[in-house]
Each structure stands twice: as structure tokens, then as C-alpha cells.
Design a protein around this ligand. Structure first.
Ligand code: NAD
Length: 238
């Protein structure tokens, strides 16, 4: 049986599917990932992206941070692709219980997914570091390079920067979802960013599937590895 049919069959057999994904899920929506051939890490900047996207850098160099953030991360007009849409459909069918994502683009919610655990936060929420006032992404897009609150504080996107902790509640819910899943689909992630990547080790269910365009260390543990574009794959099975 070919891999697409196996995936279809496993989805039919499973009642508690969890999806764990990353930037590769959104490349088919036109948002570059970090580590692919044309990913952001292959492009040249004055500082490495890991440095720009760190907490220390945000505090010390907000202009450079926001120039990068506005150019590369504050993507407001992208649309969900067939991967996001298929996962939302699987949830509506009652089969998929959670989408755990490292993405900050909000495209799973735009596609209609309800239970989305955003490990690294979201560009769609922003708060003043001083008075905690809330700002939308559209407001940030319209403000000057470094956005300031009416109280004078700098506004920070609710994205988890390097050196910052992940939300303990999101982590706990992610662990619980993975631990109780009978099928885990991992896709569009290099599994290189910790602690997020370590979450997949909590899986002890029946079917582990990897859908990723480049090989992962996890491939040898997976029952099924599909090295193709995730939107194209999921569109064929849901
Ligand atoms: P990554 O860039 O490290 O890895 C992406 C992986 O997806 C690669 O292995 C690549 O081969 C694969 N891939 C690319 N397109 C694919 C496709 N169409 N189908 C299947 N596989 C595909 O991304 P990561 O593991 O998520 O880690 C990077 C960090 O960057 C994350 O923490 C995330 O928060 C952040 N990030 C988010 C976005 C976003 O929100 N869209 C974009 C860039 C980076």
C-alpha cells in the first residue's frame, strides 16, 4: 500500500489525533520558514536571526528587532493553505483533538481550528511592556518602526523570543494532548528548537507519522515518513 493510502487508513482507525507542526506548515502560504534552502537562516543579515529574535536584543536594539520583525514576521495577509484547512476539517470531524504549533502566524485559527496550542505565541497579540495594554497586529503595522504605548512603554509582540520561557499552561496542555493521543502527525518542522521539539517524545500511542520535506532524526521512530509538501499530502487524505 502506498504511503498516502496508509495515512488515510490510519486516520480512519484513529480517534484521538494530535498534530505537531512548525514553520514548514506555512511555507505553502508564502511565509518562509527558518531552515529550508530559501529559509530566513540562509539570507544575510547584520546579525544572525537567533540574535535578533532574542530577548536581550529586543531590549537593547528595538529598532533592528522591529525592522526584521516587520519585514519577516508580521505577515498579516497570508491565507491558510490546504494543510491548515485539512487539519481544521479533521477537528470538525471529531478526530483531531489538538494542533500544537510553533508558528506565530495564526493561520490554523484562520482556517477554523479551535484547539490550537501556540507554543511560541502569536503576532496577533501585543502588549505594552510597562502598563500591559493590548494592541492588535493591525495597530502595530500602522505604528512607527518601534511601537510605543500611550503610557510611553515599548509594545512587545506576544511571541516567545530566544531566552524567554514558554507558557507553562500551553506546555502542560501540549504534553497532555500528546500523551493521550493514539496518533501523532509531526510535520513542517526541523524539530531543532527546544523545548518545543522535546514534546514529541511524550507520544506513546499507536501511529507516529512524519510529513516533512527534509529528513528528521525522528524519522527512524516513525511508522510512516512522507517526505513531501504537507499541504499536498493532507489535501489527499482529508
Ligand atoms: P524550521 O524552519 O526550522 O523547519 C521547517 C521544516 O519544515 C524544515 O525541515 C523543512 O524541510 C520543512 N518544510 C518546509 N516546507 C514544508 C512543506 N511545505 N511541507 C513539509 N515540510 C516542509 O521551522 P521550525 O521547526 O518551526 O522552527 C523554527 C522556529 O521559527 C519556530 O519556533 C517558529 O516559531 C518560527 N517561525 C515561525 C514562522 C511562522 O509562524 N509561519 C515562520 C518562520 C519561523
Amino acid at each position: 500500500m502506498d504511503s498516502i493510502n496508509t495515512l488515510k487508513e490510519w486516520i480512519q482507525q484513529s480517534q484521538n489525533i494530535v498534530f505537531f507542526g512548525g514553520a514548514g506548515v506555512s511555507t505553502e502560504s508564502g511565509i518562509p520558514d527558518f531552515r529550508s534552502e530559501d529559509g530566513l537562516y540562509r539570507q544575510h543579515y547584520d546579525y544572525p536571526p537567533e540574535t535578533i529574535l532574542s530577548h536581550t536584543f529586543f531590549v537593547k536594539n528595538p529598532q533592528v528587532f522591529y525592522r526584521f520583525y516587520r519585514e519577516k514576521m508580521l505577515v498579516l495577509h497570508a491565507n491558510p493553505n490546504p494543510a491548515h484547512i485539512a487539519l481544521a476539517k479533521l477537528e470538525q470531524q471529531g478526530k483531531l483533538k489538538a494542533v500544537i504549533t510553533q508558528n506565530i502566524d495564526g493561520l490554523h485559527q484562520k482556517a477554523g481550528s479551535q484547539n490550537v496550542l501556540e507554543l511560541h505565541g502569536s503576532i496577533w497579540r501585543n502588549h505594552c511592556v510597562k502598563c500591559k495594554a493590548f494592541y492588535t497586529a493591525e495597530q502595530i503595522a500602522q505604528m512607527q518602526l518601534v511601537p510605543y504605548c500611550t503610557c510611553g512603554g515599548v509594545i512587545k509582540p506576544d511571541v516567545v523570543l530566544y531566552e524567554e520561557a514558554l507558557s507553562s499552561s500551553v506546555l502542560q496542555r501540549s504534553v497532555q494532548a500528546i500523551q493521550t493521543a493514539d496518533m501523532l502527525i509531526v510535520g513542517g518542522t526541523s524539530l531543532a528548537v527546544y523545548p518545543a521539539a522535546g514534546l514529541v517524545d511524550y507520544f506513546c500511542g499507536k501511529h507516529l507519522v512524519v510529513i516533512n520535506t527534509s529528513p528528521l532524526a525522528m524519522d527512524k521512530r516513525a511508522g510512516l515518513v512522507i517526505p513531501q509538501k504537507i499541504g499536498q499530502v493532507l489535501a489527499q487524505v482529508v
